[in-house]
Design a protein around this ligand. Structure first.
Ligand code: SAM
Length: 254
């Protein structure tokens, strides 16, 4: 397969190094342990069919899967009948955990990192680990396996300009006004993740700060209760007030 052939056992290659004495005509053959690869694998954001063939191959053929919540990931693995040991890894996992992961890679194991949903590293665990590994072992191979992300999925159907946009992750709970003033100057589409508990309050703030700029709220994307709301903040607020707001949400502002 193109670019991906994780072995199930640690790989060893023979590396020839010259003997120390220049007069010697023979070579010493030394066994060199090839480090394993860390695959960063995007997984579905709801609909379990939203996973690539390549992601499934990588998950099936890795030695271990590193998961944010092992219970969530095991559901996905069960669905695809993948029986690979799952280890837990969270964004702020201790140094000891990162060292264990490094050791596995140095021993030649191939690992697949997944988060609960979407693309690791995007408001999810991944980047701290990658930074740690590359600092310690710059030769470790890190390969992305792209796939869904709630942010891009929402942007793609917002109908707003997305050739340039600002992604804010989860909004800070405080000092939002300062951030909003900065966004007003930029005039770019911006998007962020929001909890159902805060969405109405946040929309009220958007209404105050951005007047009639259109907003797009994408709820439960790719799931059974997927619902999309678009219009001026006041209109979206009205629609959402009719439904008790549950589920996962991305907000895009024109
Ligand atoms: N890394 C993930 C990604 O690439 O999509 C995002 C992880 S972040 C911790 C989780 C947030 O993403 C949720 O709180 C919600 O705001 C958003 N989200 C995830 N899945 C979603 C979905 N199916 N529909 C709408 N928003 C979603």
């Amino acid at each position: 397969m193109d670019g991906f052939e994780p072995s199930t056992s640690p790989s060893r290659t023979a590396r020839a190094t010259p003997a120390p004495h220049p007069a010697n005509t023979y070579f010493v053959i030394e066994l060199y342990q090839m480090p394993g690869t860390l695959y960063i694998v995007a997984t579905p954001i709801g609909n379990l069919k939203d996973i690539t063939f390549r992601a499934l191959d990588v998950l099936k053929e890795s030695n271990y899967i590193l998961a944010e919540d092992t219970r969530v990931t095991k559901k996905l693995l069960m669905h695809y009948d993948i029986q690979i040991p799952v280890l837990s890894y969270q964004q702020h996992s201790q140094e000891q955990k990162k060292n264990e992961i490094l050791r596995l890679l140095v021993e030649g194991k191939n690992l697949a990192l997944v988060s609960d949903a979407g693309t690791p590293g995007i408001s999810d665990p991944g980047n701290e680990l990658i930074d740690f590994l590359l600092e310690k072992e710059p030769d470790i191979k890190i390969i992305p396996i792209p796939g869904p992300s709630a942010l891009v999925t929402a942007l793609s159907i917002s109908g707003f300009r997305a050739d340039k946009f600002v992604f804010l992750g989860f909004l800070p709970k405080k000092k939002r006004s300062k951030l909003f003033s900065w966004l007003k100057e930029g005039k770019y589409t911006f998007c962020f993740y929001e909890s159902p508990k805060r969405i109405l309050k946040t929309l009220e703030m958007l209404k105050e700060e951005f007047g009639n700029r259109k907003v797009f709220v994408a709820r439960e994307l790719t799931k059974l209760h997927e619902s999309l709301y678009r219009g001026e903040a006041s209109v979206v607020i009205e629609k959402l007030q009719k439904d008790p707001v549950k589920g996962e949400i991305v907000v895009v502002v024109e």
